[in-house]
Design a protein around this ligand. Structure first.
Ligand SMILES: C[S@@+](CC[C@H](N)C(=O)[O-])C[C@H]1O[C@@H](n2cnc3c(N)ncnc32)[C@H](O)[C@@H]1O
Length: 218
């Protein structure tokens, strides 16, 4: 199955950080704060050069991306990386506390697959946080046109439409931030009798180096 817009990012990876503005930690943290467990293990999916991970105060984020060039840049920033498809996350079931997808979902071929993969990877109480652009806003319409003009296959969703897809994937979904750039968050419900706190009952790992399902391909 197709991955999405990956080849262009691989080829232009060296230029990416120069062309991009810094990620806004406040909006990302506001989404992550919805997690009902401490966020110790975070996957930055479609994380590219690790722009979002670098904005956050998380001890050891792991950047997952399909573009080798982008991961090379992320490693240059000292980040751990795993090459893989966001819709088939190469991590164990219930092994992470948060999955971040920043400015990337519209580049991915299988948005529902990405939501399902995040659900599988998250521990109960963990959060999926997606930052996207609303194509129904004036700036959003401009962005849609611009991305298609340069050859991207981008598929943008409005905030409520994405929240519906996240809810359909089993999450408790919300839209904590609206506008041209918006956040959709989904919390994986804790199982009955589970408090959703770190170290409780899920058997997941906390260290990428010790998790055979998260190969460090550096
Ligand atoms: C616009 S960049 C965003 C990178 C980063 N999240 C940021 O905010 O700077 C989109 C990223 O999505 C990645 N991507 C697209 N489809 C993917 C897929 N199916 N699986 C993993 N990564 C994918 C691309 O390789 C690219 O690095």
């Amino acid at each position: 199955m197709a991955l999405g817009d990956v080849g262009v990012f691989h080829r232009f990876a060296r230029l990416y950080d120069r062309a991009m503005y810094a990620a806004d930690p406040e909006t990302l943290e506001a989404g992550l704060d919805l997690a009902e467990r401490p966020v110790e293990r975070l996957l930055d999916v479609g994380g590219g050069t690790g722009r979002a991970s670098r904005a956050l105060d998380v001890s050891r984020p792991v950047v997952v991306d399909a573009a080798r060039g982008m991961l090379r840049e992320a490693r240059g920033h000292g980040l751990e990386t795993v090459q893989g498809d966001a819709a088939r996350l190469p991590v164990a079931d219930e092994s992470v506390d948060a999955v971040l997808v920043v400015d990337a979902l519209h580049h991915m071929a299988d948005a529902d697959g990405v939501v399902a993969a995040a659900y599988r990877a998250l521990r109960p109480g963990g959060a999926l946080v997606v930052r996207e652009f609303d194509p129904t806003t004036l700036r959003g319409r401009g962005l849609v046109a611009a991305e298609h003009l340069v050859g991207f296959d981008s598929r943008f969703l409005a905030a409520d439409a994405l929240a519906d897809r996240v809810a359909a994937g089993g999450f408790r979904a919300s839209v904590p931030d609206r506008g041209f750039g918006y956040t959709v968050a989904g919390v994986k419900p804790a199982r009955a009798g589970e408090a959703g706190t770190a170290g409780e009952g899920t058997g997941g790992t906390t260290d990428a180096d010790r998790d055979p399902a998260v190969p460090s391909n550096q």
